[in-house]
Ligand binder design. Structure first.
Ligand SMILES: O=C(O)[C@H](CS(=O)(=O)O)OP(=O)(O)O
Ligand code: MG
Length: 236
């Protein structure tokens, strides 16, 4: 039986051997929720990049550029990090280069893995089904916040572990902790997250609508996966 484990921050990735593993990169608020939404809205390709300058350079190839730092859309870019900014036909058929504070780092720092899947509550079941069909050992990589643990990504990890119970083995305390946290919180995730650092930090930015949206389970069957230097949607 393949195993499942949870890494609470990309800064802890040096403790893991990613070779031969499937990584699920997650940044619920909001990068991976936004990427899943972008593909559901018809985006062709997403290039997750580490810094603003690199992202800006993609514009010369006709890409839409998206950038966020500390919750705010960076100046001079087409899009920010709100899933609602990717709706209403804005990204249909388009290539997008994106850089965010935490989420894009989690993806790029996992490149040694055999497969990288972008996960969110929005595509939870699609991710679970894909992992089951791959049959590889799984590491869920939480983007966290600037290297630190966060609640929302850990809750997603617990939700995924719950969906895969009986199909993957685990002896790690991190996996158990994520599962127990999710089971404690799942009846009302929004309320549970009210005290979280992200919600408090971004409260003044009025992104309540985003937070509620990003906590929806199984809204999409989108399945973004890393291929060579970009994300593509396996479901399209
Ligand atoms: O845009 C977001 O929600 C966050 C902002 S912050 O750095 O956590 O304040 O970025 P993300 O890379 O999606 O975590
Ligand atoms: Mg985040």
């Amino acid at each position: 039986m393949p195993s499942i484990d949870v890494c609470f921050s990309p800064e802890l990735l040096h403790l893991y051997d990613l070779k031969g593993k499937a990584v699920v990169a997650v940044d619920i608020l909001r990068a991976t929720s936004t990427m899943v939404t972008a593909f559901a809205e018809g985006a062709a390709t997403i290039y997750p990049v580490m810094d603003l300058e690199e992202c800006r350079n993609f514009a010369v190839n006709g890409c839409l550029t998206a950038a966020e730092r500390n919750g705010i859309k960076a100046e001079g870019f087409d899009l920010g990090n709100s899933p609602f900014g990717y709706m209403d036909g804005k990204v249909k058929g388009r290539e997008i280069a994106i850089t965010t504070t935490n989420g894009t780092r989690a993806i790029r720092m996992s490149e040694a893995a055999s497969e990288i899947v972008v996960g969110a509550f929005l595509n939870l079941q699609a991710v679970a089904d894909h992992l089951e069909s791959l049959g590889l050992d799984v590491l869920i990589v939480c983007a966290g916040w600037k290297g630190q643990f966060n609640l929302e990504d850990t809750l997603f990890a617990g939700a995924l572990v719950e969906r895969l119970q009986g199909k993957f083995s685990s002896e790690n305390d991190s996996t158990l902790a994520a599962l127990y946290l999710y089971q404690t919180a799942k009846a009302d995730l929004l309320n549970f997250l009210r005290q979280s650092s992200h919600v408090r930090r971004l409260e003044h930015l009025e992104i309540h609508k985003d937070i509620e949206f990003c906590l929806r389970h199984d809204a999409y069957t989108t399945l973004p996966v890393w291929r060579k230097d970009r994300l593509v949607d396996l479901k399209s």
